[in-house]
Every structure is written in structure tokens, then in C-alpha cells.
Design a protein around this ligand. Structure first.
Ligand code: FDA
Length: 304
């Protein structure tokens, strides 16, 4: 019951004002977000890569309504690529990008143009880019942008959400050579007309998606912390004769960190590292995924 309420709150400006104005919130946010600036992200990345983990960097922000803000997000990615190249952190690193932060809801091709600049700068630094997937109304436009980006940057990847009913078809279209696809369960509140409901149904859809990706010719990125699904992914990799470097696991910063290090011993394991000051929407989705996080959050107010 709490999940949908928290996901609705994730889009509420009033709740945003309330939650972000409380200084104590930071202590809990720090568990999921590397920090507010690039220096903090660099520190987190050094620690993770030192432990044998790969990274994908998310400069936080979403649902931008102004051109200037979309361009500022683009510039933040460009600055990150430069610093990563300078500091020797770029090799094997990836950037995760939300098109809604680059102007997807604004008229014209602003998001595509910004994403193109991001991909070009990533290529210069020796990094790759993966498009995050947001609520279901953005899927067609995100896949269209991906198609256009791939003409120049064939390594551009995308996240696909198992919970959406359309997903099996999308995965079949995407399971071709060179295609990098991150399969996730889906973190947005969606109507039953477009999405499966309840853990069991979404997990079954996730397994169907894994089957398509592991049997296909692309590069599957298994984005989940769910131990059962991780085991199934490993089995499917073996069944489909996949070598260790032909797929990878991905988890979010601060979630099951011990398991991240353990998996990294014999698999490619990438950590999604969010940073920046606009952490509210991301943070609320993490609370919604696990009610225990909310208890932890509320407890921080009484245990000062
Ligand atoms: P599930 O939610 O069933 O969790 C399994 C176990 O993992 C839990 O029992 C718990 O131990 C742990 N866990 C999971 N979430 C936790 C949390 N918040 N706090 C503490 N423990 C937690 N979604 C989306 O819609 N678009 C996107 O682009 C992305 N991108 C993305 C990238 C990467 C690398 C990952 C791992 C995930 C995403 N997601 C996403 C989020 C995804 O859709 C999903 O909401 C979360 O991964 C939680 O689902 P799990 O598969 O982990 O399973």
C-alpha cells in the first residue's frame, strides 16, 4: 500500500519542498546517493572501482520543464566525462541518462540533441551511455531517440522495464548484436492497463525477459538485487553458452553492497552511482521499493 503513495509523492512539488527542507533527511539520502557534487561522485567511483566494480554515473534530475535546465544537465555530463578522462576513471565506465532531464517533454528535438552531445563527449572520453527508462508514457519516445543515437553511437544502451506488458516485444526487437539492454523490474507507478501488478507477476515477466536477452545476440545487463533472479540469470547464461564478458550484473549504489563485491569476483558487476543535488525523485523511488527504508528514514528523526 505504501509504495504507490510514495511514488505519487515522488512527483509532488509540495512533498519535495517538505522532504528536502529537513536537514536530517540527508543522513538517509547518503545511503543511496554518492553526494551532491562531482567530487563526491569521483570519491565513490574510486572506492568502487578499487574493489573491482564497474560504474555507471547518473547526474540526478528528471522531468525538466525548462530549456536552460536541460542544457545544464547536459553540461554536467560533459564536465563529468572530462574529469573522468583526466583522472583515469573513464575506461569501462558508463553514464546513465534520463531523457526527461534533457528536455524530452519540451517541444522539438532538444532531448535528442542533448543526448547526442552527451554520447559524442562520452565517446571522446572512452565511456558509454545508457538511457534510463522512465514512466510508460515516455517509452516510445525513448526508444525512438535510442534508434537515432545508435546510428552514430551503436554502443548506446537502454533500460527496459519487465513490469510493462509491451516489454517482451521490445526486448525481441532489441536482442540483436551490439545491443546493450539493462533489464529492470520498473520503478514507476503504472496503471494495470499497461503493467503487470504484484511481485510474482513482475518476477515472471522478468524471467521471460531474461530468456529473450540471454538467448539473443546482444549484451544483457541484469539490473536487479533480487537473489532469485540473479541465480536464474546465471543459469540462463550457462544454458546459452555465454562467456563471462558477454553480459553483466548491475545494482544500485548502497543496495546489497556486500553482494555487489561478491558477484564481482567472478562476473562483470556494475554499480549505478547517482550524484547531484536533485535527489528527491530518485530517493523517493528507493523508499517506495522497500517499506523498511521508510522506517529507517522516519527513525532517523527520533534517534538524533
Ligand atoms: P526487488 O524490489 O524485489 O528487491 C529484491 C531485494 O533487493 C530486496 O528484497 C532487498 O533486499 C533489495 N532491495 C531492492 N530495492 C531496495 C531498496 N530500495 N532499498 C534496500 N534494499 C532494496 N527502474 C526504472 O524504472 N528505470 C530505470 O532506468 C532503472 N534503472 C535501474 C538501474 C539499475 C542498475 C538497477 C539495479 C535498477 C534500476 N531501476 C530502474 C530500478 C528497478 O526498476 C527496481 O525498482 C529496483 O531495482 C528494485 O527491484 P529489484 O529487481 O532489485 O527487486
Amino acid at each position: 500500500m505504501l509504495g504507490p503513495v510514495l511514488l505519487a509523492a515522488a512527483r509532488s512539488d509540495r512533498m519535495r519542498g517538505l522532504v528536502t527542507s529537513v536537514p536530517l533527511t540527508r543522513r538517509v539520502v547518503d545511503r543511496f546517493v554518492a553526494g551532491e557534487d562531482l567530487d563526491a561522485a569521483v570519491r565513490a567511483v574510486r572506492e568502487l572501482t578499487g574493489g573491482g566494480l564497474r560504474v555507471t554515473l547518473d547526474h540526478l534530475g528528471e522531468y525538466t520543464r525548462e530549456r536552460a535546465q536541460a542544457e545544464a544537465t547536459r553540461d554536467a555530463y560533459l564536465a563529468m566525462f572530462e574529469v573522468f578522462a583526466e583522472q583515469g576513471l573513464a575506461a569501462g565506465a558508463d553514464a546513465s541518462v534520463k531523457l526527461s532531464a534533457l528536455g524530452q517533454a519540451l517541444p522539438g528535438d532538444l532531448a535528442l540533441d542533448n543526448a547526442r552531445e552527451i554520447c559524442a563527449a562520452a565517446a571522446r572520453a572512452g565511456m558509454t551511455v545508457t538511457l534510463d527508462m522512465e514512466d510508460h508514457t515516455t517509452v516510445d519516445s525513448t526508444l525512438e531517440v535510442l534508434g537515432k543515437l545508435r546510428a552514430d553511437f551503436p554502443w548506446a544502451g537502454v533500460a527496459i522495464q519487465a513490469m510493462l506488458r509491451r516489454t517482451e516485444g521490445d526486448l525481441r526487437d532489441l536482442a540483436h548484436e551490439g545491443s546493450r539492454v539493462r533489464l529492470v523490474k520498473g520503478a514507476y507507478a503504472e496503471p494495470a492497463s499497461v503493467a503487470f501488478d504484484g511481485k510474482a507477476e513482475i518476477d515472471r515477466a522478468y524471467v521471460r525477459g531474461l530468456r529473450v536477452l540471454m538467448a539473443g545476440d546482444g549484451y544483457p545487463m541484469v539490473g536487479s538485487h533480487d537473489p532469485r533472479l540473479i541465480d536464474i540469470a546465471r543459469t540462463l547464461a550457462v544454458v546459452n553458452d555465454r562467456s563471462a564478458g558477454s553480459y553483466e550484473f548491475q545494482m544500485l549504489y548502497g543496495i546489497r553492497a556486500g553482494e555487489q563485491r561478491r558477484l564481482a569476483q567472478d562476473h562483470r558487476m556494475r554499480v549505478y552511482v547517482p550524484y547531484g543535488s536533485d535527489w528527491y525523485g530518485y530517493f523517493m523511488r528507493r523508499l517506495a521499493e522497500r517499506p523498511a527504508n521508510l522506517v529507517f528514514f522516519l527513525r532517523s528523526f527520533v534517534s538524533r
